[in-house]
Design a protein around this ligand. Structure first.
Ligand SMILES: *Cc1c(COP(=O)(O)O)cnc(C)c1O
Length: 420
């Protein structure tokens, strides 16, 4: 079948042994979350006839109503909005932010600078003027940076107790930074501090974090969480979409921004998307387990190859992202080109570095996905600059993703052996 060098085969075998304990821990989380999801399907009486499409206004669409209840139960929230109409994660987060915040309010981000695509939504930089950002509507923004890679609880408490904070915003995933991803326990500390001193809404950007732990931020009191359905919670099956979940009154406000004040969740044709959304959220916990195993295997393999992955072997994970510091440009290129060779779609393509808008260096990406841009499917990105790290995420099933990671290792070994 696939032929790899003896070196890669040997190292992969060793990596599987190194990762054994981590795989066992991942299996336990996956089993727990998958059963939680199954129970939510059973408790809410999901049946085949609710998958039927609605058109036009979509009044009384049972599938749309029930998927909200199923998802809310699974994440420990009072209510949810799960829709194909959300175009991406950024859009979903934007609907939630505009749903809650009003002119004069202050949004306080406590996990440092947010994910790139959220910056124009907040209106942080000068060139973001007049696009209808939160800043254009008079919403104020403040930020508390991480300190030594940790949430700065003292600064957070001091700021919140001064008053006048409407929303405390936390990004769970590391995104494309080298900081650690936040655990739900760390997020809970922020929630407790916030609720002790104020009635501010706590919102979590939950992208990439779903089903990586036994609990979600909503299980421990987050007022609102949001994420993308072409990442973890769509299970690799949802073709597009997003979700917002949380307290009933918050979800109601968000629903007025999704459609209109007054109409809220009462409208929205499902256009035949319901079956795939149900299948997708059902498979989410399992698929996240596969992605976590892919990340753990990659971390173990590249450690054995002498590189420096983060999370390191044995470190607990709170998102599906695996970064590997590969030290040199040629290794980043070799990694992405190798990974692509093991993709089920577009395996014959050779990724090349290119100038990407918004980046100050060339970027190389590997993606061979059934759904365009899906990052619960195996993919990798690497900006060709310090810290010379590649960010890998996803993997619909470990057995297949493992092959792609072995191809990546093979290419990295190759460019190093021929040039030394
Ligand atoms: C992916 C992501 C987003 C934005 O989602 P898109 O679907 O790319 O618009 C926001 N925040 C974090 C942490 C993400 O990982």
């Amino acid at each position: 079948m696939f032929t790899f060098s003896n070196k890669v085969c040997e190292l992969s075998e060793k990596a599987l042994i190194t990762a054994k304990n981590e795989f066992d821990a991942i299996d336990a989380i996956t089993e727990y979350n998958q059963q939680k999801m199954l129970k939510a399907f059973i408790d809410n009486g999901v049946s085949e006839n609710i998958f039927a499409e609605s058109t036009g206004y979509g009044y009384g669409d049972r599938g749309r109503e029930i998927i909200d209840r199923v998802f809310a139960q699974a994440v420990g929230a009072e209510d949810a909005i799960v829709r194909h109409n959300f175009t991406c994660g950024t859009h979903t987060l934007t609907v939630a932010l505009f749903g809650i915040l009003r002119p004069g309010d202050t949004m306080l981000c406590v996990s440092g600078r947010p994910y790139d695509t959220i910056l124009p939504v907040i209106g942080i930089t000068k060139n973001d003027k007049n696009m209808g950002s939160l800043a254009d509507y008079g919403v104020k923004y403040e930020e508390i940076d991480l300190e030594n890679d940790e949430l700065n609880y003292a600064a957070i408490e001091e700021r919140i107790s001064k008053g006048n904070v409407k929303m405390v915003y936390i990004q769970r995933s590391r995104g494309y930074k080298l900081r650690h991803s936040l655990s739900v326990a760390e997020i809970k500390k922020v929630i407790d501090i916030t609720k002790k001193h104020s009635d501010a809404v706590v919102m979590v950007d939950n992208c990439y974090g779903e089903w990586t732990e036994n609990i979600e931020p909503t299980d421990v009191g987050a007022d609102i969480i949001a994420g993308s359905l072409i990442k973890n919670p769509g299970g690799g099956i949802a073709k597009t979409g997003g979700y917002i979940a949380g307290k009933k009154e918050c979800i109601e406000l968000c629903s007025y921004r999704l459609t209109t004040p007054g109409l809220g969740k009462e409208v929205g044709a499902t256009l035949g998307q319901s079956r795939e959304l149900f299948m997708g959220i059902f498979n989410g916990p399992h698929v996240v387990g596969e992605a976590l195993k892919t990340a753990a295997f990659t971390s173990a393999l590249f450690t054995l190859m002498g590189f420096d992955p983060t999370p390191a072997v044995g470190e607990t994970r709170h998102d599906i992202i695996q970064a590997v510091r590969l030290r040199e440009e040629k290794n980043l290129i070799a990694f992405c080109q190798g990974l692509q060779k093991g993709a089920p779609v577009d395996s014959f393509v050779t990724p090349e570095p290119w100038e990407m808008p918004g980046y100050d260096s060339k970027v190389i990406m590997s993606a061979g996905a059934f759904t365009l841009g899906s990052s619960i499917e195996l993919s990798a990105d690497a900006p060709l600059r310090e810290p010379y790290a590649v960010w890998l995420q996803g993997g619909l099933n470990f057995h297949s993703a493992k092959v792609a990671v072995m191809f990546a290792a093979e290419e990295v070994l190759k460019v190093n052996s021929t040039e030394d």
